[in-house]
Structures are given as structure tokens and as C-alpha cells.
Design a protein around this ligand. Sequence first.
Ligand code: FAD
Length: 501
Amino acid sequence: MTTFHWLFGDQLGPHFLTPGPHGPDRDAPVVMVEARSVFRRRRFHRAKAHLVLSAMRHRAAELGDRVRYVKADTYREGLRQAVGSAPVTVHHPTSRAALRLVDALDGVRVLPARGFLVPHDDFRTWADGRTGQRLRQEDFYRWVRQGHDLLMDGAQPAGGRWNHDHDNRRPPPRGAGTLGAPDPYRPRESAVDDEVRHDLDRWERSGEVSFVGRDGPRLFPASRREALAALRRFVSHRLAGFGPHEDAMLARDPVLSHSLLSSSLNLGLLDPLECVSLAEDAWRRGDAPVNSVEGFVRQIAGWREYVWQLYWYFGEDYRHRNALGHRAPLPEWFLELDADAVTARCLSTVLTQVRDTGWTHHIPRLMLLGSHALQRGWDPAAVTDWFHRCFVDGYDWVMLPNVVGMSQYADGGRMTTKPYTSGGAYVNRMSDYCGPCAYRPTERTGDTACPFTAGYWAFLHRHRARLEGNPRMTQAVRGLDRLTDLDATLEQHRGHADAPP
Ligand code: FAD
């Protein structure tokens, strides 16, 4: 009997159809299921729903007669409709829920995961072998580089150092307003996008689903061809400038030199190895400096890979962790991406980016959106859900470690050694947001007090007992004792309550 191969909506690149003992049968007919219930369950950003559907339908168009593409209510129903009781193979899905589903279906054989560098078993062996030691991203990253001979000169890191973060944390250039990097690749919409937009309009009108955010012209690749064009443009025009201002934020230049490749990687349109290999080639040709290339390789072979592994390694309960006991619900203005209601220029700028594009770079996610949630004590599971729904690159596996662990410290420090939050001084140093803002980053109290500055002290005060034992936080916590206006600062923070800052 013919064995079909099932492609999930984040398994869209050619490497998910490579035949072999760990892949589908050669020329296996393909099945894809567009399950409408996914969109009913959660209120996604409309640009994200658009991108995922567009990418799936572009892939189906490429596969032509080889694919049975079914629109159904649920995956289970769609699969039965497409293949009846025929046997099916599928590569290891990227979420626990999807893995449970495929495991529970009769006749479905799960093949190893694709789209990542390290097999789960290898990671487990590495992690289990570190008994008594913390798991550290830096150690993992070096191990991956050695194992894959990435940016290595023999046994030594190419360029003489493993880590170039020191050269890659510069504040933005002052005055210019933009970094002046060459423009990133932007795709041109096709008839498939028109059809997707038409369907989304119809579903919304019928009241069946509802979205958040704006669905302007599609900004991210929806096909392999587009994703490769984006990767090549990044490597040849923008990689050289990637490193130095990686952490900077500019109101008029939200992308800076970032690659914008996360959604393509997470849709499976690009394979991480091809991204880091092209970057390394650019360095070897002398087209990009080592700090930028190492910075980019670290993001993909280090952080992305680490996050993927931790999602599975930390287990199912990880999503429910709430070590700081934060329980406040997300306020309406945040849920609705109501950037216009926000006075603080940093948050309003970044929320506008999320509303209009479903994307901001790493530092606004961590040090503005996540940091604000942490300071306000919002429920980490609700914050995770918000990020998952509102970002074009958000998936369960990437959200849990990034939000529960890195951003909300809800795992009590399993993933990071300290909580990531700051006062306005950091925002002022790393961005051009504060100049025209109605609030002053140095002020903790009064009408022009910066919500991040008051929020930072309130956070340290609230969790003092836990944080003062952490060597990386001791000095910050001691700062509380030097504040002569602590009560007024706490009152300032409380006074904001859920109102947009
Ligand atoms: P670049 O800065 O150009 O980096 C290159 C690539 O590295 C990215 O495309 C991405 O694939 C990878 N990468 C770097 N850091 C991470 C990381 N921590 N986790 C996973 N991949 C990483 N990334 C997502 O892909 N999806 C998410 O839903 C997501 N949510 C996040 C939520 C929070 C609170 C935080 C702090 C980070 C999150 N990240 C997420 C990581 C990171 O912010 C994005 O990958 C990055 O901003 C995407 O933009 P880019 O492609 O231009 O990245």
C-alpha cells in the first residue's frame, strides 16, 4: 500500500522531503492539512495567519499533483479525508500537542525531526553529562560549533575568540535616526496572497474567527524561492553590519541589520545549516567581519538550537512554571495592541511595530515588552500566549524557553542566571526613544517619572528575598537601600496599575 508523507505547516522546505531511512519514501505522495480549528482556538495576529496559510498554499502549488491539500476542521479529520486508512510518515512535529496527536493516530510513523542541527538524543547525552553543573548556552554553543565544524580553524575558534559579544553591544549611532543599512529583502505578493486575504476576510465576517493586528502587504517570505532570496540578500548586503548594533533600538529603523529570517526558519523554508554556512563563507571570502558573522552564527547555532532543545528537555510542566508567583491578567490595551493609547515612547513605538508587522527584534521583545510584563507581574502563561499569537515567528517550542524562561524568569533561573529587566537608563542608552518622550528615564516619581525606572525598583523590591542571594543581582538589590524615595517610587509604580503607561 502507498505510504503518504504528511507535511505540517512549519515543514515546508525541500529538506522535509529528502528520502532515505530517516525520511519519507522516494516520491511518496504528500498530504497537507489546513485545519481551521487552529485559528478558532486562539486570536492570532492576522499577518501571522496570512503568512502561514500563504506559505502552505505556496508549497502546495509547488508540489502540484504530488500533494493532496485538504481544508478541514481538524488535523485528524483532514488526514482521514485525504488518505483514508493508508499508512503515513511524518517528521517529528515541533509542538508537544502535535506530537501527542500523531502518536495517537493509527498508521502514522514518526520520523526524526528536521530543521535543527542537533538530534534530541545527542543533546540529552550532552545535558545529562553535565551533572551538578548549570546548563549554559555558551557551553552548548561551543559544543555545536565543534561538532559541526562551524567557524572553526582546526580545534580553535576562527578569528581567535569564541565570543564577540563585547564588540556587538554598541548603542545606536546618535543623531542619524537610522543605521543606514541596505534595505532588507521584501517579497512581492502573489495571487495566493489575494486568495488568503479573501478567505481571512470571509472567516472574520462570518464571526467564526477573530484576529488582532494589521495585515498589510506581506513582509516575510512564503516560499522557498523567497526565503532563499531573503537569505542571500542578507548575507551579501547586511551581514557585515549585523554585529555591532545588534542590541540597539531606533524608532525610525526597527530592523537595523537584523536578518528577518526567523519566520522562514520556523516555517521550515530555510535550514539552519545553510544559513550559518553561507555566513561563514562570507567571512572566509573577507566579505564580513568575524564579530558580525560570529554574532549571527551564535543566534542560529547557539540560541535557536538551544531553545529548541530546552523545549523538549525541560518537559511538559515547564509551561506552567511561575516561580515569581505573578498572576495579574494582561490589560486590554496590551491584548489589543493599542499602541496609540500608550504615552511611553518606547512601548508605544514597539507595540506599533507589533501591531503593524507582527515582528520586532530581540531587544524590544526582551527589554521592553517582556520587561514591562515582568515589572507589572503579569501571568507568565498569558504573556507566553500573547507572544505566541502576536509574532509572525511564534511557535510553542520557541515561545516557552524564550518567554517562560528568558523573559519572565518564571522557571526560577533554569534558563538564565538572572531576570532580564531594567530601568529607563538602559533604554535611553540603547535607543533613541527617550529624547522626545513625555517621561524622563532618570525620574522615579512625579508626573514625568519613567514607568520602566519606577517599575525596575518595584520589581527588585517585590522579589528582594529571592534575588539578593543571586550573585548577579546582589549589587542591584543593594541599590534599593540607597533610595531615599523608595515608598514614593513604589507608590508611583502602583499608581499606574493597568493603565497604559
Ligand atoms: P536575527 O537577530 O537576525 O537573528 C538570527 C536568527 O537567530 C533569528 O532569525 C532566529 O532564528 C535565531 N534566534 C536568535 N535568538 C533566538 C532565540 N532566543 N530563540 C530562537 N531563535 C533565535 N524567536 C523566534 O523565532 N520566534 C519567537 O516567537 C520568538 N519569541 C521571542 C520572545 C521573546 C520574549 C524573546 C526575548 C525572544 C524571542 N525570539 C523568538 C528570539 C528572537 O527575538 C527572534 O528570533 C528574532 O528577533 C527574530 O528576528 P531576526 O530573524 O531578524 O533575528
